[in-house]
Design a protein around this ligand. Structure first.
Ligand code: ADP
Length: 163
C-alpha cells in the first residue's frame, strides 16, 4: 500500500497541478493533497477554504485522491498521514534547484520519507498559479489553464472585470 502526499499552496489549482495529480494517482494507492495553511510567500488570493473546495471539486472523479489542509513541515504532514512519499512537480530548471534543496532537507529530517518528481507535461510547462492570478484578475480567458470551477471562481471574485 503506497500512500503519498502532494503539498502546495494551490492558489488556485491549475491544469498543471491536475496533470501531476492524475499521473501520480496512477502510481500510488492513495494520494493526499495537502493545502498549506500558512506560507511565507505572500497572502493568498483564495482563502484556505476556497483553495480546498476548488481542489475537492476538481479532483472529485479520482477515487484515491483526498484533500486536506496542513500547517508546518511537509514531513510532519506525511508522517501524520502515514505516507512515506512526497510528490512534487518539476517545470523548468528554475524549479529544480529549489525542489532539490527541499527534497534533500526533508529526507535528512526523516530518512524514511522520499520525494518523487513528476516532470510537467509540455503544454503546462509555462503554467503557474501566479501567472493565472495575474491574467485572471484582469478578466482574461483562463480556460486553457484552469479547471472550469476555478474559472467560475474568478468570475465570482472579480465580476466587474468579466463584464
Ligand atoms: P508551492 O507554493 O509549494 O510551490 P504550488 O501550489 O505553487 O505550491 O505548487 C505545488 C507543486 O506543484 C510544486 O511541486 C510545483 O512545482 C508543482 N507545479 C505547479 N505548477 C505546475 C505545472 N504547471 N506543471 C507541473 N507541476 C507544477
Amino acid at each position: 500500500m503506497i500512500k503519498a502526499v502532494y503539498p502546495g499552496s494551490f492558489d488556485p489549482v491549475t491544469l498543471g497541478h491536475l496533470d501531476i495529480i492524475k499521473r501520480a494517482s496512477k502510481v500510488v494507492d492513495e494520494l493526499i493533497i495537502g493545502v498549506l495553511i500558512n506560507h511565507a510567500k505572500k497572502t493568498p488570493m483564495f482563502t484556505l477554504q476556497e483553495r480546498v473546495e476548488l481542489l475537492k471539486e476538481a479532483t472529485k472523479d479520482f477515487p484515491n485522491v483526498t484533500v486536506k489542509m496542513f500547517d508546518g513541515m511537509t514531513v510532519e504532514f506525511a508522517r501524520e498521514n502515514d505516507a512515506h512519499l512526497i510528490i512534487r512537480g518539476l517545470r523548468a530548471v528554475t524549479d529544480f534547484e529549489v525542489e532539490m534543496q527541499i527534497a534533500q532537507t526533508n529526507h535528512s529530517i526523516d530518512p524514511n520519507i522520499d520525494t518523487m518528481f513528476f516532470t510537467t507535461s509540455l503544454e503546462y510547462a509555462f503554467l503557474s498559479s501566479t501567472i493565472v492570478k495575474e491574467v485572471g484578475y484582469y478578466g482574461a480567458d483562463i480556460s486553457k489553464f484552469v479547471p472550469k470551477n476555478v474559472e467560475e471562481a474568478f468570475r465570482k471574485k472579480f465580476p466587474r472585470r468579466h463584464e
